[in-house]
Structures are given as structure tokens and as C-alpha cells.
Design a protein around this ligand. Structure first.
Ligand SMILES: C[S@@+](CC[C@H](N)C(=O)[O-])C[C@H]1O[C@@H](n2cnc3c(N)ncnc32)[C@H](O)[C@@H]1O
Length: 243
């Protein structure tokens, strides 16, 4: 299974420098989550990495984090201990989250393209159903994903489309990582309608859809320019129980 590669220690060791290069996005998404989770009592962080959200949210909320990498969770443990924060940190596959956590949450976050590491699309649909079930009525999901229609992705779009026609194991939007510790791992890049439809089909109501300007992703863009200049999306969706 390719997601086993996420357990590589080197990825966790290098993750601090990856985040340092994405400082702008990290500060933007942190502020967004703090603002939108103010009233949340319990928060679940899926694919929590080294715990950058947990160390902040854990001061005011009861937070649970899940990550497949024991090394990422190890670093998150160290970070919360240093700040004397209590949080439940779990090593495990978010696709089995229903077996890993008990009770319901006010908010679930899944940031910095963690959702794109879930392939194929049947697993993403199943994960969203589990997230939906884990939320209290009117609970919210906030996630960040990469946009496949950015202008820099034109060759990738051609390539992934061509491959999806001829290979049963490639879906339109899938990208194979070519080098580094995650070599061979497939990640999925999204379009706006794809994300919106997935969420709606699960029963969520999309209440905010931010198009973030590439490359910093710390600014929202609107209008015609957004079509080809959006690096990633931040999406906020509410669990709707009323028909
Ligand atoms: C790009 S990092 C994002 C980390 C964190 N959410 C952030 O915003 O900094 C993606 C994380 O998802 C984790 N991950 C990938 N697939 C996973 C899975 N199936 N179950 C649990 N964690 C997973 C990786 O180990 C990694 O820590």
C-alpha cells in the first residue's frame, strides 16, 4: 500500500522545513480555523502531522489528532508536552477513524491537502461519510485541498487526463510523486465542482469556499482571475440533518 510511505521517519524530520516554506498558508489557515471553531468544544484533526494546529487549538478546545505516521505523532507529542497542552494523539489510518475515536465532534479539520492523499475516490467518499457521522448536528468540516486547474498544472492536466483514459488505476486529477521519500505515492488534485459535489452527496452544506491565490495561499482571489490562479481551496461545510 503506497500510504505506508507516509510512515517514513525522514518525512516527519523534514516536515518542519516544508511548513517553513508554507508560512503564509499556515498562518492564514490557522486564523481561519480559530475564527470558525470559536464555539467548538471537541475538535478532530485528521492527518494532524506534527501538530501545528493542535498546539494552538489545544489551549482552548479538547482536541484529538490522528496521523498514520508514528514519527509525525511523536513530534506532535513533544510539541504539546513542551507547551503543557493536553490532547489525544492517535497513530492510525484516518480511513478507519470510526474505529479510532469515540463520541461526536463539533468540528473536524483536515488541512494542507491531507484529503488529497486518500486515493481512490471511493475511499474519499467513504471517509467523508465517516466524518459526517462523527460530527454533532450542525457540526462543521474545514479542509484544504490543492486545485488541479491552476495555470501551472496545464501539462499535468493533459497527462492525468490521458492516463485516466488508458489506465484503470489512475483517476483524472491523480498525480504520481516522482522523487523523494514519497516516490511512487499517488495524490489527488481537485476541482471546485468535484469537492462541492462530494460534500453535497454526503449530506454536507458548503457554507464557505475560499479560492487561495498561488503560491502563498494567504489571500482569497475572486472574479475571472480565480479560474486559473487558485493554488488551493479552503472549504467549510456544515452537517445538515434537516431535509
Ligand atoms: C501534508 S501533511 C498535513 C499535516 C497537517 N494537517 C498540516 O496542516 O500541517 C499530510 C499528513 O497526512 C498524513 N496522512 C496521509 N495519509 C494518511 C492516512 N491515510 N491516515 C492518517 N494520516 C495520513 C501524513 O502522514 C501527513 O502527516
Amino acid at each position: 500500500m503506497t500510504f505506508e510511505k507516509y510512515k517514513n521517519e525522514q518525512i516527519a524530520k523534514n516536515y518542519g522545513s516544508t511548513l517553513a516554506r508554507r508560512k503564509a498558508l499556515c498562518s492564514f489557515d490557522m486564523k481561519y480555523i480559530q475564527k470558525n471553531c470559536q464555539d467548538a468544544s471537541r475538535i478532530l484533526d485528521l492527518g494532524c502531522g506534527t501538530g501545528r494546529h493542535i498546539v494552538v487549538l489545544g489551549k482552548r478546545h479538547r482536541v484529538t489528532g490522528i496521523d498514520i505516521s508514528p514519527h509525525m505523532i511523536g513530534l506532535a507529542q513533544k510539541a504539546i508536552k513542551k507547551r503543557r497542552i493536553n490532547a489525544d494523539l492517535i497513530v492510525g489510518d484516518i480511513c478507519s477513524m470510526n474505529k479510532l475515536v469515540k463520541g461526536k465532534f463539533d468540528a473536524v479539520i483536515m488541512m494542507y491537502h491531507t484529503f488529497g492523499s486518500i486515493v481512490p475516490k471511493s475511499k474519499r467518499a467513504s471517509l467523508l461519510k465517516k466524518i459526517y457521522s462523527s460530527l454533532k448536528d450542525d457540526g462543521i468540516l474545514i479542509m484544504h485541498v490543492h486545485n488541479r486547474h491552476h495555470i501551472k498544472n496545464l501539462y499535468f492536466l493533459y497527462d492525468t487526463f490521458k492516463q485516466s483514459l488508458f489506465r484503470s488505476d489512475v483517476e483524472f486529477g491523480d498525480k504520481q510523486i516522482k522523487s523523494g521519500a514519497l516516490q511512487g505515492v499517488k495524490i489527488h488534485f481537485f476541482s471546485q465542482p468535484e469537492i462541492v459535489n462530494l460534500l453535497k452527496n454526503t449530506g454536507f452544506k458548503v457554507i464557505d469556499f475560499l479560492k487561495l491565490a498561488y503560491p502563498e495561499e494567504d489571500r482569497v482571489i475572486k472574479g475571472p482571475k480565480a479560474a486559473l490562479h487558485t493554488g488551493g481551496f479552503i472549504v467549510k461545510a456544515r452537517k445538515c440533518t434537516k431535509k
